[in-house]
Design a binder for this molecule. Structure first.
Ligand code: SER
Length: 321
């Protein structure tokens, strides 16, 4: 049986993508890996196999891919933007070295496909910031962003030279109620929800008028699966499809939360992450993704906020927040 491998399976996106893939294909078809495994990693009706895997270990990556007869890899393991600036060397090693190891392992298995997310961080200060086109000036200024541009090009290289079907999306900031994000610049949007319910107040590390593109997790997962379902000839791009869902300022998010959490107070104390945010687009043109593989988000700011608060309140009542 061909199985699906997920790296970074216990991170913010990996946790929910793993659950979605288990639901779709059955747990036995899914191999979830991470550099660190949570205590309950192998519990319940989740993935059939759970393994510790450091993606910078090329032999270990190749071993897992061969041992489980992997037919598709969702390679999510990476260091995000803010943490990446604190340790650019390790970020390059993990983000680029990991991707290269995954692509090389996939190359050894006939028909093995790869999903690898890029990010709005692939853009830079010289990129048009409003309605950022699919194909435009890149030139990011963070190590994370550099690894994303290089990764997009590397994925295209493996597609054209070795026939590896590598596909990817430039994720906006991802908002979710499950596993929290860590080390990213867009984390404030998630943190604000948690703080509203647990503390009644939050100090954002960006300005009130800081606008960034965001997507809600159910749409993020749906996009990833939909791109992988698309017929290859329909794809005009392979790596780095722009997707847009919603764009709002930190202040607009706080106002939206306040509608449902009366008394919520948000303050703003921008730190070094503001300059990262300032180098990214404010809104994205995703016409090519809509045309090529039918991308269509379901959530806007209002719908996402209601759903997020309901999910987090449910967790709060169950004592897991
Ligand atoms: N969410 C990521 C970050 O903030 C961007 O892809 O680093």
């Amino acid at each position: 049986m061909k199985r699906i491998l997920i790296t970074g399976a216990f991170g913010q996106i990996g946790t929910e993508l793993t659950a979605a893939l288990c639901e779709r294909h059955g747990g036995d078809a899914v191999v979830a890996t991470g550099r660190h495994l949570p205590q309950d990693a192998a519990s319940g009706d989740g993935p059939g196999a759970v393994e510790r895997l450091d993606v910078i270990d090329a032999a270990a990556v190749a071993d897992v891919v061969h041992r489980y007869e992997i037919g598709a890899i969702y390679h999510l393991a990476a260091i995000l933007s803010a943490r990446g600036e604190r340790d650019p060397e390790t970020t390059w090693q993990i983000n680029m070295g990991g991707l290269r190891n995954v692509l090389n392992a996939a190359r050894q298995i006939s028909g093995c496909r790869v999903f690898w997310p890029s990010s709005i961080a692939a853009f830079g200060p010289e990129t048009p910031r409003e309605c950022t086109p699919q194909d435009t000036v890149m030139r990011p200024t963070t190590m994370y962003g550099i690894s994303k541009v290089a990764g997009e090009l590397l994925g295209d290289y493996y597609f054209h030279h070795y026939g590896v079907d590598v596909r990817g999306i430039r994720y906006p900031g991802v908002i979710s109620s499950g596993s929290p994000p860590g080390g990213g610049t867009t984390d404030y949007a998630v943190d604000m929800f948690y703080a509203a319910l647990t503390k009644g107040g939050y100090t954002a590390f960006v300005r009130e008028d800081c606008v960034l593109p965001m997507v809600y997790m159910p749409d993020c997962i749906a996009a990833s699966l939909k791109l992988m379902d698309a017929d290859l000839p329909a794809l005009s791009h392979h790596n780095g499809y722009n997707i847009a869902s919603m764009s709002f300022s930190a202040g607009e998010l706080a106002e939206e939360i306040k509608k449902h959490v009366p008394g919520f107070v948000c303050e703003y104390a921008p730190d070094e992450r503001q300059s990262i945010a300032d180098s990214w687009p404010r809104s994205i043109d995703d016409a090519i993704a809509r045309r090529d593989w039918g991308w269509q988000p379901q959530y806007d700011l209002a719908g996402m906020t209601v759903h997020m608060l309901n999910e987090l309140r449910r967790r709060q009542e169950a004592g897991s927040l």
